[in-house]
Design a binder for this molecule. Structure first.
Ligand SMILES: Nc1ncnc2c1ncn2[C@@H]1O[C@H](COP(=O)(O)OP(=O)(O)OP(=O)(O)O)[C@@H](O)[C@H]1O
Ligand SMILES: [Mg+2]
Length: 347
């Protein structure tokens, strides 16, 4: 089996806050196989962006601290690289499309200039050659008359066009892996679908791998090969996308999906920005002091006595493709998954 492009192993991240240390990511492991799309899903605050930013080494330290784990990219641990080596890797090997297109672009520079700058940081291009490439890229991500829009400022563009500029910036140094942190959340449904389709096209065209963080189930269902579900900083379920959506195992995943098959949910909950994950009663636990047992137990309709005391392991599910679930309901059904379930996943 080919080595995965990215292997996150037992990654833990915490933040120093006024109330003490807050656990944001707690022993997260997953892989992104070459050429695959892996979706990271879960409620707000469950650690998706912290995971993404830790992979890119973009967390401000302090307040953030990497408490452990490895981020193997082509077998090299990014967490062990010098800042200089990491700078070379960022953009050129792995790039990120940030969660908020309104703050990710600099408001005082024209979008073309920002793209030229991004190109010239990594490649020895003349200004002229960079401009030509920037125009080509803007054209490719859907700017009609790219030369004319070159001088546009971010505020002159729609949300969808700003997101396209960010995609162009992320792609400008031909990375192998793109991390897209909720690339369509701020967009209306139609624009979100168009941006999703553009990402998928570019992925195919450029043999990219994609780590897709999203609340949009329609997008996840359409584009992801595997899904990793996070809850309170931990992986609670992962598996092949189609299996997981059709037959979610963890009570949390079921609650997120609204316990209705995805095609039916689609008709019921179409909202601005696409098909969103369901809202679940209750709240995430206080991650300054995570509860001792299952972190979802206080909100779980299927919780039984031991759930409040015994932290569940990640159990392997009897399904192909390394599906795993962190829930005592599956304690007897499978062996404990290795440090990473879904190790060689993806298609
Ligand atoms: N700079 C910070 N200082 C303190 N706590 C932080 C900081 N950044 C994130 N956190 C905390 O870390 C946890 C994980 O946050 P993260 O941003 O990763 O969530 P998320 O899953 O990306 O949520 P969303 O869907 O809202 O983007 C949350 O409890 C959050 O409050
Ligand atoms: Mg986030």
């Amino acid at each position: 089996m080919a080595e995965p492009l990215l292997s996150v192993r037992e990654l833990s991240v915490s933040f120093e806050t006024e109330q003490g240390r807050l656990v944001a990511v707690d022993g997260v492991s997953f892989d992104v196989a070459q050429g695959s799309t892996v979706a990271l899903v879960g409620e707000s605050g469950c650690g998706k962006s912290a995971t993404a930013h830790a992979i890119m080494r973009l967390l401000p330290t302090p307040p953030a601290r990497i408490d452990g784990g490895r981020v193997l990219f082509r077998g090299r641990d990014l967490l062990a690289l010098s800042e200089r080596e990491m700078r070379r890797c960022r953009g050129a090997q792995i790039s990120i499309i940030f969660q908020d297109p309104n703050t990710a672009l600099n408001p005082v520079y024209a979008v073309g200039a920002q793209l030229v700058e991004a190109l010239r940081i990594h490649r020895p291009l003349t200004r002229r050659a960079a401009r030509r490439e920037a125009e080509e890229l803007l054209g490719r991500v859907g700017f009609a008359g790219a030369a004319e829009r070159f001088g546009s400022f971010p505020h002159e563009l729609s949300g969808g066009m700003r997101q396209r500029v960010l995609i162009a910036i992320a792609l400008c140094c031909a990375p192998a892996l793109v991390i897209a942190d909720e690339p369509t959340t701020a967009l209306d449904m139609l624009t979100a679908a168009q941006v999703g389709a553009l990402l998928a096209e570019l992925k195919r065209e450029r043999s990219l791998s994609l780590l897709l963080i999203s609340h949009d189930l329609a997008m996840v269902g359409q584009h992801a090969d595997r899904i990793v579900v996070l809850y309170a900083g931990q992986v609670v379920e992962q598996g092949a996308s189609a299996d997981l959506l059709a037959d979610p195992a963890h009570p949390y995943t079921r609650a997120l999906l609204g316990a209705v098959p995805p095609d039916r949910v689609r008709q019921k909950r179409r909202v601005r920005g696409g098909l969103r994950l369901a809202a679940i009663g209750g709240a995430l636990p206080d991650m300054h002091c995570p509860p001792p047992g299952c972190r979802f137990a206080p909100r779980c309709a299927q919780a039984f006595d031991r759930c409040g005391e015994q932290a569940p392991e990640l159990y392997q599910l009897p399904r192909p493709d390394h599906a795993a679930v962190r829930c005592l309901l599956y304690e007897g059904s499978g062996q404990i998954a290795a440090a990473v379930a879904g190790a060689e996943g993806g298609r």
